[in-house]
Design a protein around this ligand. Structure first.
Ligand code: ATR
Length: 277
């Protein structure tokens, strides 16, 4: 088949119907009046690599990658950026000149949303606490390292996973027991576990040891207001949910595929919130 005249992209996942990425990119394509398309691309793990290679031959300029393919995507790339290599996962594929380039924009998305939500926050001014030790934690820890967090405490139910992350990403990354005292003198607390998500158990963590001005982030966006954020706000902490990270992580891919550096504005937020309902 000949390449399509308009650049095509999409999000690869299994299942993927729930992904809000087509809404984000669809909004930008319309907003910037660009020719292009972005769709859900459901693909089971067994055929992931063959499917990606087929896309490169059929007018696709790239794709986002979500669960469960982020590691498989890393393995098939010809080129990787530092974030993807360090995080060990690819969420953005760019097809160019017969090569497959893999990037990870989750750390970028996290930092951009953080910067906008808390302009006065100095991540280099004190310890950060990260709850969880999965893929999302890796992205957040990598991000915090790049902005000079002097100490990143990783708290996880399965302590060995936190210890492994600390070993790999240290020496500023340390594993600590999942206990309230770990929040002492932290400037930032970030939940990357699935606790608090719709359908999961709630995250129960006493915030008393956290200094009152410290920011609390939950990268969950379903629901937008988790128990953690509600408790934090009630105790006077500035808070941020995961919607900003979701929107900002989409920017680098859009720019690479469609040639315009897109903005996250209120109308985009509204369009995506509609999809969340
Ligand atoms: P992701 O790639 O999205 O980060 P993941 O690798 O499955 O997903 O990681 C999920 C995180 O949520 C882990 O830190 C997990 O803790 P464990 O390493 O102990 O499994 C955490 N998590 C999930 N359910 C949990 C629960 N019921 N209680 C405590 N932590 C939980």
């Amino acid at each position: 088949m000949l390449s399509a005249a308009v650049p095509q992209a999409g999000v690869l996942g299994w299942p993927v119907r729930h992904s809000l990425s087509p809404r984000v990119h669809g909004y930008w394509l319309k907003h910037y009046d660009l020719a292009g398309s972005y769709e859900h691309l459901p693909v089971p793990p067994e055929v992931f690599e063959a499917y990606v290679r087929a896309l490169t031959l059929h007018g696709y300029v790239g794709a986002n990658v979500t669960v469960p393919h982020k590691e498989a995507a890393l393995a098939l790339c010809d080129d990787l950026d530092t974030a993807a290599r360090t995080i060990g996962a690819v969420n953005t594929l760019i097809f160019r000149d017969g090569r497959i380039e893999g990037r990870n924009s989750d750390a970028f998305g996290f930092l951009e949303s953080l910067r906008r939500a808390f302009p006065a926050l100095r991540t280099s001014s004190g310890p950060a606490v990260v709850l969880g030790a999965g893929g999302a934690a890796r992205a957040v820890i990598y991000a915090l390292k790049t902005v000079g967090a002097p100490e990143i405490r990783v708290l996880n139910r399965t302590v060995s996973r936190a210890e492994r992350l600390a070993e790999e990403l240290g020496p500023s990354v340390i594993a600590e027991p999942l206990a309230p005292e770990a929040l002492r003198d932290a400037v930032l607390l970030v939940n990357t576990t699935s606790l608090g998500m719709t359908g999961q158990s709630r995250l129960d963590l006493d915030l008393l040891s956290l200094p009152p001005a410290s920011a609390v982030v939950d990268i969950v966006y379903k629901p937008l207001q988790t128990d953690l954020l509600r408790n934090a706000a009630a105790a006077g902490h500035p808070t941020m949910n995961g919607l900003g990270m979701l929107l900002h992580q989409a920017r680098p891919g859009f720019e690479a595929w469609f040639g315009v550096s897109p903005d996250v504005d209120q109308d985009l937020r509204a369009a995506v919130l509609e999809g969340l309902e």
